[in-house]
Design a protein around this ligand. Structure first.
Ligand code: F6P
Length: 426
């Protein structure tokens, strides 16, 4: 099997570990491994620019030994995970993303890779193969070009690591695949033999997102690292807040999901937390917040921390903004208040241990899922439930995630919380 992997949407710590795990596992299981640079955009662009510039197809791997797995590696998950531990950091070195393992990649978006190309990637932040939010892939023409590029390289299976939008795109692509192939064949862009060899596209998704906003999995790749970064920031702010007896309002990422805000609030000792799925109910939230913080001050707290998820809303679905929260604290409680927006410091940087372990284990299962895939099996999302790596139909997870957003816009906040976390309902 020829398998390609791409990362899509917002980057997250652990995406490189996914690429490394999938590439090495694929090699160990006898597959030919490829990466697609710049997400779906790279799939649409393919290697045409490179062929035009050089008059040649993709050059071969520089190092044949890159295909040879370490001694003792066999097909069991444990052995594969054991053998993945080797690697000492043979990275994209020039920082422009145009080189991989010493090979120039200019104009090439779909690149065959070997064992050495992904050495040490478990410890690198962001995504070394690049990511993009591709407009072209949302069009039929774009997906047709993407299908053509995959057939040209002989690739018949795709691993996508991204958020719910990216995974939906993957499933649309798979559903449309037979039509795309027929279109390419009828336009004589591919031969009858190519059309029958590529009758089906196998797809598997892994969830890479700092937001932890995907249903049917306990954790998305990158969320633990982002949470850790936020906790460190709160620790830093706590000491300066304490010194001046100040209040701080921290805005954290998470899009429409409050997981980062909620967990950071618990881990960092926040006084009040605003999340999209559970706006303060009953009295005006300004009163509720001020009463709680006033009480904390009366019992001796010298500092105040309020966390606002970037998607926080009130009961009427109006956004709650950090600057407004600051004004309320200043005017009503007379607190000397500052706003800190953590921004992309939450997203970048080296992955924590869990964001190396989870993608490594999930990467191993992603390759198994592809090897076991038939035209009848759904595209799977590899998740984790109660510490076990799981497979669920990708579209079920995406639909469940959408149902949370629907419940919020219907103001059914208890339903939103129970869809996010079934235990909340009990
Ligand atoms: O989905 C990840 C995320 O970091 C969100 O938390 C945030 O809303 C968004 O991406 C920011 O996107 P961008 O990097 O395009 O500004």
């Amino acid at each position: 099997m020829k398998i390609a992997i791409l990362t899509s949407g917002g980057d997250s710590a652990g995406m490189n570990a996914v690429v490394r795990s999938v590439v090495k596992t694929g090699i160990l299981k006898g597959c030919e491994m490829w990466v697609v640079r710049e997400g779906y955009e790279g799939l649409v662009r393919g290697n045409k620019e490179y062929r035009q510039a050089t008059g040649t197809d993709s050059p071969p791997l520089t190092n044949e030994s890159s295909q040879i797995p370490p001694v003792g590696a066999t097909g069991s998950t444990l052995n594969i995970v054991n053998s993945l531990r080797f690697g000492d950091g043979d990275l994209l070195r020039d920082g422009t993303g145009d080189y991989l393992g010493g090979r120039t990649l200019k104009g090439r978006y779909i690149v065959r890779v070997g064992w050495d190309d992904v050495r040490g990637w478990f410890a690198e932040g962001g995504t070394l193969i690049g990511t993009a939010r591709s407009k072209a892939f949302r069009t039929h023409e774009g997906r047709l070009a993407a299908a053509h590029n995959l057939v040209k390289e002989g690739i018949d299976a795709l691993v996508i690591c991204g958020g719910d939008g990216s995974l939906t795109g993957a499933d649309v692509f798979r559903a449309e695949w037979p039509k795309l192939i027929e279109e390419l064949r009828s336009q004589s862009k591919i031969t009858d033999a190519q059309a029958s060899a590529h009758a089906h596209l196998k797809i598997v998704g892994l969830v890479g997102s700092i937001d932890n906003d995907m249903s049917m999995t306990d954790m998305t790749i990158g969320a633990p690292t982002a949470l850790h970064r936020i906790c460190e920031a709160i620790d830093n702010i706590n000491s300066t807040a304490f010194s001046h007896s100040r209040a701080f309002v921290l805005e954290v990422m998470g899009r429409h999901c409050g997981w980062l805000a909620l967990l950071a609030g618990v881990a960092g000792g926040a006084d009040f937390i605003f999340i999209p799925e559970q706006p303060p109910k009953g009295k005006p939230w300004e009163d509720e917040m001020c009463e709680a913080i006033q009480h904390h001050r009366e019992i001796g707290k010298r500092k105040t921390i309020v966390i606002v998820a970037e998607g926080a809303i009130d009961i009427e679905l109006n956004p709650i903004k950090a600057d407004y929260v600051k004004d309320v604290l200043t005017e009503r409680l007379g607190l000397d208040t500052r706003v800190t927006t953590l921004g992309h410091t939450q997203r970048g940087g080296r992955p924590c241990a869990w964001d190396r372990i989870l993608p490594t284990l999930q990467g191993v299962d992603a390759v198994s899922a592809l090897l076991e895939s038939t035209p009848e099996t759904p595209s799977y999302m590899i998740g984790v439930r109660e510490n076990k790596i799981t497979r669920v139909p990708l579209m079920e997870a995406v639909e469940m995630t959408r149902a949370v957003a629907q419940a919020v816009s219907d103001k059914d906040f208890d339903k939103a919380m129970s869809l996010r976390d079934p235990e909340f309902a009990e």
